[in-house]
Ligand binder design. Structure first.
Ligand code: T5A
Length: 217
């Protein structure tokens, strides 16, 4: 997916970078569509994008990263995530923010800490330090706000399964996703101001309302 754009003449002076995070099937994509609808109603310019992916090059890497038929080492996976991210940030996110647009991004750095740092490496301090070095050197802009959709793993997996084919990550065992969940808890503890924890159980309208309140729109 290359980002979709909504343009309007009444641009805000400063773009806002908002990322949406969580374990599998928590409703990020559905929720982002809801936020996008409100931004259109309010005449706020934005782009909607995702990781891994969001630029033509990064989308190619996404194909590899999610392909259940592809095997790779944990380090290769980590570096591919950052290769994709570097291109996405430079060619899509930063230009949009510079034009005063909001950026709604489905997953960003916290997914790397949660999936590669905890899912793959159980929170190993050396791996977390490696990821932090990559963030410090290759991510010039962190999200202004991160929405962490907090949902029991079993509920999210059930939602994801109902959609059909499972990608390379979705085929992992439940213990992997329990570690990923601990990873998001870790990220939240580290940056409680940036990362807003939202209870994602319940109907979509209720979850959307909570997010709109946090984003003040
Ligand atoms: N990854 C990513 C890493 O390992 N490291 C990284 O650095 C990055 C960036 C791809 C994978 O890449 C990994 C993590 C991922 O495994 P992805 O495409 O975002 O990332 O994959 P998923 O998280 O699997 O995305 P999903 O599309 O499965 O989940 P969403 O977007 O959270 O959920 P959504 O909106 O598609 O909803 C899932 C289903 O639930 C329903 C929807 O209609 C849909 O059918 N639903 C609800 N049902 C009931 N109540 C609600 N409130 C609902 N909200 C949605």
């Amino acid at each position: 997916m290359v980002p979709t754009t909504c343009t309007d003449s009444s641009q805000p002076a400063q773009g806002k970078f908002i990322s949406f995070e969580g374990t599998e099937g928590v409703g990020k994509t559905t929720l982002i569509a809801g936020v996008a609808k409100i931004l259109i109603e309010k005449g706020i310019d934005f782009i909607q994008t995702r990781e891994p992916g969001g630029s033509p090059f990064a989308e190619t890497l996404r194909g590899l990263l999610l392909d259940p038929a592809v095997t790779m080492t944990d380090d290769s996976e980590l570096l591919l995530m950052f290769s994709a991210r570097s291109d996405h940030v430079a060619t899509v996110i930063l230009p949009a923010l510079a034009q005063g647009k909001w950026v709604l991004c489905d997953r960003f750095i916290d997914s790397t800490l949660a999936y590669q740092g905890f899912g793959r490496a159980s929170g190993d301090e050396q791996v977390l330090a490696k990821i932090q070095i990559l963030i410090d050197n290759f991510v010039p802009k962190l999200p202004d706000t991160t929405i962490w959709l907090d949902l029991p793993i079993s509920e999210g997996m059930q939602r994801a399964k109902n959609r059909g084919t499972l990608d390379r990550f979705e085929q992992e065992q439940i213990a992997f996703f329990e570690r990923v969940y601990q990873g998001f808890e870790y990220c939240h503890r580290q940056q409680p101001k940036r990362i807003q924890r939202i209870n994602a159980s319940g109907d979509m309208a209720g979850v959307l309302q909570k997010v709109l309140t946090v984003l003040d729109i």
